[in-house]
Structures are given as C-alpha cells and as structure tokens.
Design a protein around this ligand. Structure first.
Ligand code: 59J
Length: 580
C-alpha cells in the first residue's frame, strides 16, 4: 500500500493518479460505446472484410418448338479464373496446370508473369463441369472455379434467326432470346461465403437467396417444317444463284407461324466470323414491294364493292396503258385482247388490274390492304422488325391507284404478306399473328365477306391449275391456290428508281383448297441464273414445301386420281413394263 503521506511530492502524485483515473474511465466509456452501443457498425465493418455475397446464376428457361423439341438449352459449365498475384508462390505447378488446361506452358507462363499483379483473370470459360473438376483437383494455389450456364442451340442454323442468341453473360441479344429475355432469364440467387484478405474462399456459409429459374417458352414453330423449309430454300438459292431469301409457313386458323427461315444463315453455337448479312431475320426485318402477289387482295376489294364478278371482262389490248408520260406494261400476257378477272390473275396483267382499280378507286384498295395488315404493325415486337409502308392519299390519282393495285409504292415484310394471304385462305377471317404456341381460339377479325374470300380462293386455284397457269406450284394429290410475282428491285441508279437487272421472285399461296389450313410465302432475292420470274424460281419451292407440310401434318389429300384414272395409269405402266 502506498502511503500518501510518505510521498516526496504528494500533490504531484495525486495529479498523476487523477489523470490516470480519467484515462481509464475514458477508455472504459469507449469500450462500452463500441461494444454495446455502436456494436453493429463494427461488426459490419469486420464482416465486410471477410463475409461476401456471391451470385448463384439462375438457370435460363428452355426454348422449345411446338412439340417440345429443344431449340435453346442451358447447360452448366465451369469457368476457371485465377488470382495471378497469389499464383506467383507456386510457379513450379504452372506446367501441370497448362497441361490440364490444354494450353502451351510457355504461353501460360508468359501471361501469368505479365499479369502477375492481377487478382482476377479468366483462365478458360465454359468447360464441362467434369473438365473443370480435373483442373481444380490439381489444387494449384490461386486457381478457382465458378459455375455458370451456357446456351446451346440444338437446331443450329435452322432456327438461328427465330431463336436468336444470348451473350457471354447469358443475356438475350437477338431474336426470341432478346424479345422474351425477362421470361427466360429467371432471377439469380445469392450465397454468403467467408473469404480471407486475398479473396480466398474459406467457408461457404449459407444460401441467402435461392436462384429462381427462368420459364420455358414454347414457340409456334414446328422444327420438322423448319428443317423442310430451310432445306428447300437453301437449294433454291444455290440453283438460282440468288443472293438471299425467306420462307414463312403459317397456320391460317390459329395465327401461328409454323416455320420462318432465311438465307443466308449462321451457326449460333459458333459465332466467330459472323457477317451481319447472315444474321438478318429477313422475313420480319426486310421490306420489299410485293408486286403482283397483292393482285388477289385488290381483286377482293373489287368483288366486295359488288360491282365486279370473276367473269367480268376487261380489255387489256395492246398490253400497255399510257398515263401521261407514265406507261403501265404487261410483261408476258399469253391470252387475247380481253381478259376476265380470273384471266387478269392468271396472266398477271398489270393493265387489266389497273383498269379494275380505276373503277373502284385507290381508297378501296388501300383500305383492304390496311385491314389485312400490309404496311401495319404486326404487334409481334420482334427485335428489329419493320412496319413497311402503305401510303394513303387525300386524292388518289390514276398513277398511284394503278401502281398500288399491282403492288408498287407499298412495302411489306414477308410475314405481313403471309398474314394477308391467311385471311383469303381462312374465309376472310384474319387471326392475329403469333410466334408462340397457342391453345386458345384466336380473336380473329372478319376482314372481308366469307363469300368474297371463297371466290378469290377459286380464282387462285385457277391461277395454278389453268393450262396457262403457274403449273410449277402444283402439289401432287392436293388442290392449292396462289399467286406469283416478279418485281424489279428499287435502286439508286436504273430507270425511275428501279434497277434494270435485279429482281425479287415471289410466291404466296395456300392449301388444301377443300379446307385451307396453311399459307406459305417464298421470297427469293436476285436470282441470277436460268431466270427470275416468280413462277419459275419461287413457285417450285412453294410446291415442295407445301407438299411436305401437308404430308407431315397428316392432311387428307383432296385431289387423288379417281379410281378410273388410277386404273388407266396402272394399265399404262403395265404396258410400258411389258414392252421394256
Ligand atoms: C416486271 C415491275 C416495277 C415498278 C417488269 C418484272 C412495274 C412497274 C413502277 C419487268 C420483270 C420485268 C411502279 S412478269 O409480277 O410486271 O411472276 O411469273 O417490276 O411493273 O410499273 O422485266 N410476273 N411482273 N413489274 N414494275 N413499276 C410478271 C409480273 C408480275 C411473272 C411473269 C412475267 C412485273 C409471268 C414486273 C411471274 O406479275
């Protein structure tokens, strides 16, 4: 015990003691404050240095065709990364690592030395989990793995434009992958882990939020039809030396797109050396003048006025019609000086069509085309989709009336054209377009009287089956209807804005005539070999694709040879066989 009395300078001792007491109580206060009152702040600060949240990737939804065939699948992959700083302690392990990664040891060493102070570099992305585990099992200091998902497209180039693709971070970038990104993406989860100062994982604490998987998306397309359409379109492009093309198949009753293909295309699983021209979903993002393929629509407007019937006659002689300094021409009329309305379609007479148009007026044709969706928003919201253009005029002069009636001065997409034809096929009812599989009956709109649609159906069957018709569009065992078109392409040079020597060959049609179910549009851009007429280049593609479609969909033939005809054919074959 210290005796205060005995101290040499008692007052000094008291001062020091007092100061010490003050100091001790100040420290005590601070401890109480930090431990009791401000406890959360410090704990937070400590945890922030060691407790981390790492994202758990969400499984992206599957995209399938209408029958459940996978079109886009997410598979788990392992991505390997390195803390290069940390790796410097075990350089002797690098050759083994390089070997396991299948990389050149010299290249890897150079890279790790060059980036020696980086705490995060990718070693390799997207290995199978098994491949990744082999490398991780080497336990090379500083090498880590993370789980990710990678998208794979089983049908490759056949569905590329429709399905689109995701980027390396699994976000939709094109096509349906982009349009329905939110539906497909899901929500990533969170996992809490403890890491040390250098970011090394010490302990997996808990999953704080489960990843929510994305939802499956069933498209309206039928992969079998998609393959068929792709094959026939590709062959036609090669045969005709054409630049590009599109083909669309639609179910006219439900509004579903059953196939949509374009050429050129690309492999979405390997996107190196991609050129923009390959990526275009032309059927929705390229617009063109539909030319004569819209004549049936103009005809339906004429029939609807009640002023015209299919057998009414129009003089088309001499195959030209002068409108001021502008001349309307028929390119290849094969019949006499007078044609009835069906004859105008069969011969694809621009003069005859124009004369009908003058009688009913441009406005009537404009309204019919607009109702059927030409140059109108489809409502599909497909990335990059174009609306085209259907002009209206306060006063319809003759030149505008005529050119609209046979398909110029209006621009459309292939999907709009097939949509318009679907209304003719579906007895005047237009079902809204969809790229998704639907079970509900569609909210169709009657865009022309049923009787008018049926009359046009008969005329379009004549266009194919008449002796002077587009026989190349015929389909064995079925009756089908349709219309060809050959349109000069617009160009900056050329005559009056049209190129002299580049064409677009078109065909639009539907079948079977007994109960039309499928509409098909074929667009072939700049055929450069044998010929360029729609009836020559695109009609055979229509025939093959329609034939395959009717067969695959198990549609009963409505044009089988009669028993007598079969008998005659068999007898002829036997006679031939006997001789040979
Ligand atoms: C045509 C046009 C261009 C634009 C003309 C095709 C016009 C026109 C100005 C000349 C080839 C050609 C607005 S042809 O589609 O009439 O499909 O089997 O490009 O007429 O006025 O050397 N189609 N095509 N016309 N323009 N302007 C025929 C026809 C059509 C066929 C064949 C032969 C044209 C029967 C096109 C087919 O019906």
């Amino acid at each position: 015990m210290i005796k205060l009395e005995g101290a040499l300078y008692p007052w000094r001792f008291r001062v020091v003691l007092g100061l010490l007491a003050l100091l001790v109580s100040a420290i005590a206060c601070q401890i109480v404050y930090l431990q009791v009152i401000d406890h959360d702040f410090l704990k937070g600060q400590g945890d922030a240095r060691s407790l981390r949240h790492i994202p758990i990737p969400a499984h992206r939804g599957l995209i399938t065709d209408r029958n459940g065939e996978p079109l886009a699948v997410s598979t788990p992959v392992t991505t390997l990364w390195a803390n290069a700083k940390e790796m410097q302690v075990a350089k002797d392990r690098w050759p083994a690592l390089a070997h396991a990664l299948g990389q050149d040891p010299k290249v890897l060493t150079a890279r790790l030395e060059q980036q020696a102070n980086k705490e995060f570099i990718y070693l390799v992305r997207g290995l199978t989990p098994e491949q990744g585990q082999v490398v991780l099992d080497l336990k090379v200091p500083g090498v880590y793995g993370i789980e990710e998902f990678r998208r794979f497209y089983p049908a490759g180039e056949v569905t590329a434009h429709m399905v689109g693709f995701t980027d390396i971070d699994d976000k939709g970038r094109e096509g349906v992958e982009l349009a329905y990104d939110e539906w497909l993406a899901g929500v990533p989860g969170k996992r809490q882990v403890i890491k040390d100062r250098r970011g090394r994982l010490i302990k997996d604490v808990q999953v704080t939020k489960n990843a929510k998987a994305g939802k499956t998306l069933a498209l309206s397309i039928d992969l079998r039809l998609q393959y068929l359409a792709n094959r026939e379109l590709r062959n036609a492009l090669v045969e005709n030396g054409a630049k590009a093309g599109s083909l669309v198949i639609m179910d006219v009753k439900t509004g579903e797109i059953l196939a949509m293909v374009n050429q050129p295309t690309y492999n979405p699983n390997n996107r190196r050396n991609l050129q923009p021209a390959m990526m275009r979903n032309r059927a929705m993002i390229d617009v063109f003048e539909p030319g004569s393929t819209v004549k049936p629509i103009s005809m339906s407007a004429a029939l609807e006025t009640g002023r015209w019937k299919p057998t009414d006659k129009v003089e088309v002689y001499p195959g030209t019609l002068q409108l001021g300094k502008y001349t309307i021409r028929d390119v290849s009329r094969t019949e006499g000086p007078v044609l009835d309305l069906t004859g105008i379609l069969i011969n694809s007479s621009n003069v005859g069509m124009s004369k009908v148009a003058f009688d009913i007026g441009g406005e009537a044709i404009f309204r019919q085309m607009a109702k059927m969706g030409l140059g109108q928003d489809t409502g599909l919201g497909f990335p990059g989709e174009r609306v085209g253009n259907l002009p209206n005029y306060r006063e319809w002069r003759k030149a505008e009336t005529a050119t609209l009636s046979y398909g110029y001065g209006v621009s459309v997409t292939a999907i709009q054209l097939v949509h318009a034809f679907s209304a003719l096929a579906n007895n005047g009812k237009l079902a809204p377009l969809t790229l998704l599989k639907t079970d509900k009956p569609p909210q169709s709109v009657q865009v022309m009287p049923e009787k008018v649609a049926k009359t046009v159906q008969g005329m379009l069957q004549e266009v194919i089956e008449n002796p002077r018709g587009v026989w190349r569009a015929k389909v064995p065992a079925y009756h089908v209807g349709g219309k060809s078109g050959t349109a000069r392409k617009t160009s900056s040079g050329g005559v009056k804005g049209y190129a002299v020597n580049s064409y677009r060959s078109l065909f639009a049609g539907f079948g079977p005539m007994s109960d039309p179910r499928y509409a098909i549009v074929v667009v072939i851009d700049e055929p450069s070999k044998a010929g360029y007429f729609g009836g020559l280049v695109s009609a055979p593609v229509f025939s093959k694709v329609m034939s395959g479609t009717l067969r695959l969909m198990n549609v009963s033939p409505d044009n089988l040879p009669t028993a007598a005809e079969q008998q005659a054919a068999a007898t002829a074959a036997a006679a031939k066989g006997g001789r040979g």
